[in-house]
Design a protein around this ligand. Sequence first.
Ligand code: GDP
Length: 300
Amino acid sequence: SDPFSSEVKPRILLMGLRRSGKSSIQKVVFHKMSPNETLFLESTNKICREDVSNSSFVNFQIWDFPGQIDFFDPTFDYEMIFRGTGALIFVIDSQDDYMEALARLHLTVTRAYKVNTDINFEVFIHKVDGLSDDHKIETQRDIHQRANDDLADAGLEKIHLSFYLTSIYDHSIFEAFSKVVQKLIPQLPTLENLLNIFISVISSFPAVKYVLFSVLSLKEDGAGTPYDKESTAIIKLNNTTVLYLKEVTKFLALVCFVREESFERKGLIDYNFHCFRKAIHEVFEVRMKVVKSRKAQNRL
Ligand code: GDP
C-alpha cells in the first residue's frame, strides 16, 4: 500500500470572523498571490474546501469558513468536520476590535475540543503589519490573557492555545503556517536525521551537494504523472559534475550533484540510496499504522 495515501493527510481548518484575512492567507501562502492583490478578494461567504497537495509535507486541506458559523444549524455537521481535523487555525484581525473574535474563538475551540481533544489550536493574531512593536506585544499579551481567562472560567484550562503574530506582508505568515504543519508531521525530524546519516555515509564521495525535494504531483492518483518508481535521471552538467536524480517516494526525489570521478562508483551510491529509500518508507509506514489504529479506536 502507498504510505502517502490520503489517510495520512492532516486536515487544517482555517477559521475566523469575516474580513479577518483567511482568503488572503490562503492565496498568499498557497497560490503565490502578492499581498496587494488580496485587496480585491471577495470575502469568504461559503465553506470551501481546498486540497493543498503539492508535496507529502504540505498535504492537507484548508476549510475556509465564513465568519459566522451557526453551530446550531442542523445542516452543518461540525462534529464530522472537527473529528477529522489536525489543526484549527483561528485568525483574529489585530487592527480591529477583537472582542467578538475572542467570543467566537472561545465558542469554536470549546465545541471542537468536545468532539476531538487531539486538535492543535493555533491562533493567528493577524495583520500586525499595521501595529507598532510595542502595540504588537501588548495586543498579543491581551489576547493571550483574555482567551485563556475565558477557558479557565469554563473550567477548560487544559486546552492549550498557541499564538502567532502574523502578516501577509512579510515572512511571518509563512513561518507560522510552517510551524503549524510541522507539529502535524512528526516524521519530519526523523527524515532530517536519515538524510544526515545518508549524507555522512556517502560523504566519502566528494559530492558537491545533495538535495531532497518534493515533486509536484499532478494528479492525486498519480495517473498521467511523468514521475514514478522508475524515475531516474543522470545529467552531465559540465566537465566535472554529474547530476543524479532518483525517486524516493511518490512525492520525494533525491538529487545528488556528484563529481564525475566519484560517479564511476555508482553502484555504491545506488546501494546507499537503496538503504535510505527503505528507511524513509518505513518511517511513513509506521506513521500510517498509528493513524489506522487511531481510526479504528475512534470507530469503537
Ligand atoms: P476573509 O473574509 O477572512 O477571507 O478576509 P479576506 O482575506 O477577504 O481579507 C479582508 C481584508 O484584509 C482584505 O482587504 C485583505 O487585503 C486584508 N488583509 C488580509 N491579510 C492582511 C494583513 O496581513 N495585513 C493587512 N494590513 N491587511 C490584510
